[in-house]
Design a protein around this ligand. Structure first.
Ligand code: UDP
Length: 330
């Protein structure tokens, strides 16, 4: 019998982290969660999962967890994720993301954890020179959020070169949707992401949905993004974990997206289709820093890991987001 794989999931009470916990459980692994519950929710962690409330930069706590729980690998989701806030308060991002990650990576090294999966972002590319975006393209973040994540990628690269340690940085495109069985979903109040905002509006939690710009260089003039279902993204982390365990000499930086995109209008049309209603739409000006189009080239994750999306369908993503939003309102 092979020993169980114990995985420390930082930020496991948050949106993506909680779906990773479910994916790990579904795959027969043993997740252990650390979360400071600043933005996460205690109830998002299943009852049978061991939970520690605290910060990933608390080296004593992390050392104790690694030892007591016999941690084999770390999946690192904890961090701050609001782009405009990162522009106003960059040091919060270099603290919570870059410095906290440095501490966590050091705790991993000191305490014998040799595998690290990192929640990175397409924001590391900035405004890409062309689309779809390949992993080898220049990384020129246009905000401190993207830079704080890119700096963590650099630390992981250098640590993997210097020590017996491997990592996978997954660069997420636009994450949306919710667990198909509604075990978790996006629960943060005051959300700004399009699909979350649109399903809130569909349920009457908002009066309308703003369309930020209709003069982009896209087919219908609205911004195009590569929306990936959170459960497909979570599954990619489990595959990455297996790849790191199987081949300790290899590390990876991989895009996570479907390789095609939808415009804002196409997303709103999908919400109308799924709800059989008409959202009230308000055309507004462009939001600062929004590129016309952001689409992943996902050939690397497919060929290296054999990752195959299960929910590559906009209506499915919307339906799952809506199902979760209804559950949240009860
Ligand atoms: N967007 C919009 N109205 C909203 C929120 C977003 O028109 O209320 C647009 C935004 O300009 C972008 C796309 O929807 O073109 C996705 O934005 P989101 O904030 O969801 O993710 P981002 O791509 O900024 O990470």
């Amino acid at each position: 019998m092979t020993a169980e794989t114990n995985v420390l999931v930082t930020g496991g009470a948050g949106y993506i982290g909680s779906h990773a916990v479910l994916a790990l459980l579904d795959a027969g692994k043993r997740p252990v969660v650390i979360d400071n519950l600043v933005t996460g929710f205690r109830w998002a962690i299943p009852e049978n999962v061991t939970f520690y409330e605290g910060n990933v930069a608390d080296a004593d706590l992390v050392a104790r967890i690694i030892r007591e729980e016999r941690i084999d690998a770390i999946m690192h989701f904890a961090g701050s994720i609001i782009v405009p806030e990162s522009v106003e308060n960059p040091l919060k991002y270099y603290g919570n993301n870059t410095a906290a990650s440095r501490s966590l990576i050091e705790s991993a090294l000191t305490n014998g954890v040799r595998h690290f999966i990192f929640s990175s972002t397409a924001a590391t590319y900035g405004i890409p020179e062309s689309s779809p975006v390949r992993e080898g393209m220049p990384t020129l973040p246009i905000n401190p959020y993207g830079m704080s994540k890119l700096m963590t990628e650099y630390m992981l690269r250098d640590v993997a070169a210097a020590h017996d340690f491997n990592y996978c940085a997954l660069r997420y495109f636009n994450v949306a949707g919710a667990d198909p069985s509604a075990r978790s979903g996006q629960s943060t109040a005051g959300a700004t992401h399009l699909i979350k905002v649109a399903v809130e509006a569909a349920l009457g939690k908002r009066d309308s949905v703003a369309i930020f710009g209709t003069d982009y260089a896209t087919a219908d003039g609205t911004g195009v993004r590569d929306y990936i279902h959170v459960s497909d993204l979570a599954a990619a982390h489990v595959i990455a974990l297996d790849a790191l365990l199987t081949d300790p000499a290899s590390s990876h930086i991989l895009n996570c997206g479907y390789g095609h995109g939808y415009s804002v209008l196409e997303v709103l049309d999908a919400v109308d289709r799924v709800t059989n209603q008409m959202l009230d739409r308000k055309i507004e000006g462009r939001r600062a820093g929004d590129p016309d189009e952001l689409i992943s080239d996902n050939r690397a994750i497919k060929s290296r890991f054999g990752w195959q999306p299960r929910f590559d369908n906009l209506d499915t993503i919307v339906a799952h987001a809506l199902q979760w939003e209804r559950k949240l309102s009860r």
